[in-house]
Design a protein around this ligand. Sequence first.
Ligand code: A4P
Ligand code: MG
Length: 226
Amino acid sequence: MGRVRAYIGLGANVGNTVDTLTAAVPALAALPRVRLVAVSRLYATVPVGVTDQPEFRNAAVVLDVPGGPDPVTGALALLIVLKGLERAFGRRDGPRWGPRALDLDLLVFGRHAIRAERPLEASSSDRARSGDTDWAGAQWLAVPHASAHERLFVLAPLADLAPGLRPPGWGESVATARKRAELREGPAAVRPIAEWDQATRAWEPQDPAAVVPDGSTGASSDKRTT
Ligand code: A4P
Ligand code: MG
């Protein structure tokens, strides 16, 4: 099927979150036949869902990945690798939406809308949740990610990378969805704190004075890695 643009959401709120996310970027780039295309800004974000937990750090990356023989197979192969990386970075059992060392969500896989049964290797280690009837959705890979459209902590970094992207089923662009989410959640919920620097391969703290009210930076910056 050729190559596909895959957008991955990164999140962490346990341990040294910035170090974890910074190390996760080259780990994603080093995956077989994967090319890292761009990295979003890093955001400090107020917890959503389970609110009584530490603040998160969130970001997103664009990867150029093998499409696989068909979209379902290609996306599942990528999900399995992402779940393996989560475990390698110390993710342990925990409640849905609870604290985690690293969360890697497959937000968008090209133009494909996918709903597929979950193979065992693709499940997270969060077995404690198997008795949770609300958790039935976890039996599936859903792409675009089921809650990406609603959440500013996903939409803000995604809008850094692809503001004009219209993921299948959304009926609007990422930039428009981000604006609506920001009206709902307020500008303080998701704050850009650093820009990816390809030279140092790390997020470098952002000058607060350079942030204009819509959350973007006044200066243009190229986050592309190639
Ligand atoms: N799954 C289905 N579709 C996907 C997909 N597109 N990408 C399945 C990744 N996984 C997908 O996910 C549970 C199961 O969903 C997986 O085993 C997989 O088979 P998970 O990552 O193990 O659990 P989760 O992250 O708790 O669930 P979910 O639904 O991905 O939640 P979210 O949306 O990731 O929410 N607040 C802030 N500020 N920042 C955050 O990053 N994250 C969460 C978790 C809650 N609040 C947060 C944040
Ligand atoms: Mg997740």
